[in-house]
Design a protein around this ligand. Structure first.
Ligand SMILES: NC(=O)c1ccc[n+]([C@@H]2O[C@H](COP(=O)([O-])OP(=O)(O)OC[C@H]3O[C@@H](n4cnc5c(N)ncnc54)[C@H](OP(=O)(O)O)[C@@H]3O)[C@@H](O)[C@H]2O)c1
Length: 243
């Protein structure tokens, strides 16, 4: 799909991986609906860079825990930018949960943001994506297949999102392609110390952590060149998933 002049909605686009995705897609010619929740100050700086590069950028805030948020975000995107061709479901929460610390409230919060919001956004965007022959790209995690017992809800949520990627690919075929990028290490959580980081990198065959840009380039590839790719989960993990 030619990206020049298309509109991409990137959820959680103000910081970290989402920011890199928004900048990469803008660099490829997309106008960007930059979704944020608590980081709308940071979003301003990203939007300035996108506008300086000659693309349009609309900041669209919204708490994805709210059931109405998905419809509002899509509506504001289309009202401001005139359409919606690419939906990138990047926003997510990554919280520790063991069987000992399990609570329904925490479980529901993770599921709502990591699973319900992506499918609600897909439903809200459906008509626009079908009209445009667009793309949905979900951010999964290799932990969907190699779950960590201390992140029960997060791993289950990403496994559900991987399943939804295949289900939505079938539901929206032949017009819209739906795929996922599954990072290994793209950017460490800010509270991880050097020792933990090194231990995790040691398990990666390519012997380095990935970068947000590694993920962003893969999202761009799927949007731009993935017209015959649908229902796939593409691991971008330095080979971690083959060990
Ligand atoms: N980082 C990695 O190494 C890694 C590894 C594997 C998979 N992934 C996946 O790649 C994606 C990006 O990773 P990341 O580390 O950059 O993600 P992140 O920093 O954990 O979260 C991305 C954004 O999600 C948004 N978000 C959280 N709760 C929200 C809510 N209630 N409503 C609306 N937005 C909310 C936040 O936006 P605001 O800041 O604006 O509130 C946040 O900046 C995620 O889907 C993640 O699971 C990342």
């Amino acid at each position: 799909m030619k990206l020049e002049g298309t509109v991409a909605l990137v959820t959680g686009g103000a910081r970290r991986v989402g920011r890199a995705i928004a900048l990469e897609l803008a660099g490829a010619g997309c106008d960007i609906a930059l979704h944020c929740h608590e980081s709308c100050g940071d979003a301003r700086g990203v939007a300035d860079r996108i506008v300086a590069a000659g693309r349009r950028c609309e900041i669209v805030s919204g708490d994805l825990r709210r059931p109405e948020a998905a419809g509002e975000i899509v509506e504001r995107t289309v009202a401001a930018l005139g359409g919606l061709e690419i939906l990138v479901n990047n926003a997510s929460i990554f919280e520790r949960m063991t069987l000992q610390s399990f609570s329904i409230e925490d479980w529901d919060r993770t599921m709502r943001i990591n699973v319900t919001a992506p499918v609600a956004l897909a439903a809200a965007a459906r008509e626009h994506l079908l009209r445009a022959g667009g793309k949905i790209i979900n951010l999964c995690d290799i932990a969907a297949d190699r779950p960590w017992p201390e992140h029960l809800a997060y791993c289950a949520s990403k496994a559900a999102l991987a399943c939804l990627t295949k289900a939505l690919a079938r539901a929206l075929a032949p017009t819209v392609q739906v795929n996922s990028v599954a990072p290994g290490i793209a950017m460490f959580p800010e509270d991880y110390g050097d020792e933990v980081r090194q231990r995790l990198v040691d398990k990666v065959p390519l012997k380095r952590a990935g970068t947000p840009e590694d993920i962003a380039r893969t999202v761009r590839f799927l949007a731009e060149s993935g017209d015959y790719v649908t229902g796939q989960i593409l691991n971008v993990d330095g080979g971690r998933s083959i060990r």
